[in-house]
Design a protein around this ligand. Sequence first.
Ligand SMILES: [Zn+2]
Length: 322
Amino acid sequence: MTTSNISVDISPVGGNGTGPAAAVPAPATRNTCPACGSHYREDEMVANLRVCAHCGHHFPVAARERVVQLADDGTWDEVARGLRSADPLGFVDSRPYPERLADAERRGGMQDAMIVGRAAIEGRPVVLAVMDFAFLGGSMGSVVGEKFVRAAHLAVVEERPLVAVSSSGGARMQEGVLALMQMAKTVAAVDELREAGRPFVSVMAHPTTGGVAASFAALGDVIVAEPGALLSFSGPRVVQQTTREELPEDFGLAESNLRFGHVDLIVPRAELRETVARLVALLSGGEPFRRHVEAAPEGAVRRAWGAVRRGFSRLHPPDADG
Ligand SMILES: [Zn+2]
């Protein structure tokens, strides 16, 4: 996988500059822990939910395996499966976009970077939306945006909570502005959930960055992160190069996000299913849990905006800078 697959560089500060390869183990050594070097057989990886038994490092999880980890046996019912990206821009970087899509599908069996569907978690019906980083860096294009919106609609119509597991390099650059529009589209869908009083639990897995971190993933009623996950708009290396400042060791990691209040809790994968089930139960008991927010009183917005403009013209008198 090359950096051109995704829109942000998630390699750590002082990394070897190989982009996502620094964050996600290369396929040849994918069962070797990048943190401690322990090696596992594939069946051990599956049984241990792809967490290193020795040091607790959380390996990436493919979307369908994540569904198996979270959902009750036999409850997964995928929807919007047939959606596929078009190539409206006729985009070519080192390869044509349709070729990249076909290649990603051939290698991982996913049609795009998200699957959505009905499921139950410990007996509670939910709608699940799960991203897959292996599909073009988990980038969000029109299909991911549309699938998330359909998942949210389904949650509203069937009165289920929505649980999303994100893992993304950001917007899909091959779809240009159409990919950026998915940010607004998914945010509007979260708003719809909110209006309907349906809970939304957002789980951020490594890495959740760029346009996904800056849209629906950050809007959960409760935001859960996996330990050690990189959760930031831009990767540390880009931020350091831009600001030329020394960054803290844990910049952008789940642990620092928790300290700054950007996430609510960090949950090891072994406890994720139980935690999500508990959150869903707490948030969906009884009446819709969110009261409708009253509109601002007549004139309040105009008065507040007037105050901002007066403050601004005191700072920058109109004739001072011509
Ligand atoms: Zn390890």
